[in-house]
Design a protein around this ligand. Structure first.
Ligand code: HEM
Length: 443
């Protein structure tokens, strides 16, 4: 399968979702895709996924091992985010970050999310009822990013800073995505009026440096990620390096808001096509009596949560990979050292064995009905990964999604452009190609 040297890189780059779905239909639960640099093995059965994602014996690693274990160790000792660590170092770092993600802390940041979400979503009043079409996917970062920065770093970003931070994050993600799949590279040339990595990247670094310097000059008692990281920087037993601190901040910004923007875009794109599911959401949020939700309300908004999970299911991601760090075996097949082993969320999340014959249809009952949830394997749904690197922000993600759905639909009705259908666009996250076109009216 594939061409000499480049293997299947071209069809994979052209449409990784369709390519991997076709391969799954043709070759089954485990198969090899020839690619340059690393060979890729796709393993899509949840039992196989558990073997490499939930491995605790260091047979697999999340970060690229092109240099080998020793070099990897040298690089991480200079500084890196949690994603690049493994074993005891990973457990130590996650323990340091954990206070940001526990239930107790979510209650602390809840008001910050509510404050910014309300303020930003109220700005849609200027277009509501005018018939003017907006791109919901482009609107979401303007709401989610400042809220996330305020909750995580107690920092209020100006509109200009939000725009630069969003552009820089997107450009970096596109750069990584283009490295992975030869997708469209980001623009690095600073031309006026065009999104570009260089200007926005410098701007973002300045914003982060400003935040760190300001906090060092004027320490606070805020229970936020910045204080956790700066405290851990000086922890005599196990300090973080300066590079650790900066890279952790960068990765929190990239991983923490952009993922929500992408999955909320999919949720809205699909939910708005199903009036019966949408009306049930309006009914559910009516019990808030127009008030903003609190953490105590989250269990009372199960339909909102199911709508979000169902959006994430159909969003899918082409692959979530691990690298084999030694010669090993999976599903009876040999896996040579440095093979990229991955599951395709796009494929697993549409597998009729776990999701039924209508797996392509948006149906929040897939998550609302506990009998259906219990009947399928746990890793039939992998939006937040699995194992030692499982997403630390899962609780925060659900809180943001349920708050966003409540806040938006307490105020508005959104109407998709007639006849429009969402399509996947790979940019590390799976975005909606071209955005989500909609008009807004007041409830
Ligand atoms: C819909 C929203 C989100 C999605 C879909 C998502 C998804 C993921 C995935 C797939 C991983 C890798 C897990 C693995 O491969 O096993 C991950 C890791 C991570 N996520 Fe999230 N995430 C979301 C929101 C957040 C938020 C709001 C935060 C808060 C800052 C966050 C923090 C993290 C961290 C720190 C890791 C690294 C964990 C590690 O490497 O040990 N995520 N996330």
């Amino acid at each position: 399968m594939g061409l000499p040297f480049i293997g299947s890189a071209i069809p994979m780059a052209r449409n990784p979702y369709k390519f991997l779905q076709d391969c799954h239909r043709r070759y089954g639960d485990i198969y090899r895709v020839p690619l340059p640099i690393y060979p890729l093995v796709l393993a899509n059965h949840p039992d196989l996924v558990s073997e490499f994602m939930e491995d605790t014996e260091l047979k697999y690693s999340m970060s690229a091992p092109i240099q080998g274990r020793r070099m990897q160790k040298a690089v991480t000792s200079v500084g890196c985010p949690v994603q690049a660590l493994e074993g005891q170092a990973l457990r130590d770092r996650r323990k340091k970050l954990m206070p940001m993600f526990g239930k107790k802390h979510l209650a602390v940041v809840s008001d910050k999310f509510v404050e910014v979400f309300t303020d930003r979503i109220d700005r849609w009043l200027t277009v509501a009822g005018t018939g003017q079409e907006v791109n919901l996917q482009a609107e979401l970062p303007k709401i989610v990013l400042p809220a996330f920065m305020y909750a995580m770093f107690s920092t209020k970003l100006s509109d200009d800073e939000v725009m630069h931070a969003d552009t820089a994050t997107r450009s970096v993600m596109r750069a990584i995505a283009s490295g992975l799949f030869l997708a469209t590279p980001p623009n690095v040339f600073p031309l006026p009026g065009k999104e570009n990595l260089t200007v926005s990247g410098v701007h973002l670094m300045r914003t982060i440096r400003g935040m760190v310097q300001e906090r060092r000059a004027n320490p606070t008692n805020d229970a936020d990620l910045l204080n956790i990281l700066l405290g851990a920087r000086n922890d005599p037993g196990n300090p973080l390096t300066e590079v650790d601190v900066y890279s952790e901040i960068m990765s929190a910004i990239g991983g923490g808001y952009e993922t929500i923007v992408a999955s909320m875009s999919w949720t809205l794109a699909l939910l708005l096509q199903h009036p019966e599911h949408l009306e049930r959401l309006y009914d559910e949020i009516a019990m808030l009596n127009g008030d903003m939700p609190t953490p105590d309300d989250l269990p009372k908004l199960p339909w909102a949560r199911a709508c979000f999970d169902e959006g994430q299911r159909l969003q899918g991601a082409p692959i979530n990979p691990r690298y084999a760090m030694q010669d090993t075996e999976l599903g009876g097949y040999p896996i040579p050292k440095y093979t990229l082993v991955a599951s395709s969320l796009y494929v697993v999340h549409r597998d009729p064995r776990w999701w039924g014959e209508n797996a392509e249809v948006y149906d929040p009952m897939q998550f609302f009905d506990q009998d259906r949830v219990n009947a399928r394997p746990r890793l039939a749904f992998q939006a937040f990964g699995a194992g030692p690197h499982h997403c630390m922000g899962t609780g925060m993600a659900y809180m943001m999604a349920q708050y966003l759905l409540a806040t938006i639909f307490q105020r508005y009705r959104l109407h998709l452009r007639p006849g429009w259908q969402p399509r996947q666009f790979f940019s590390l996250s799976t975005l909606v190609k071209g955005g989500v076109p909609a008009t807004i009216t007041r409830v």
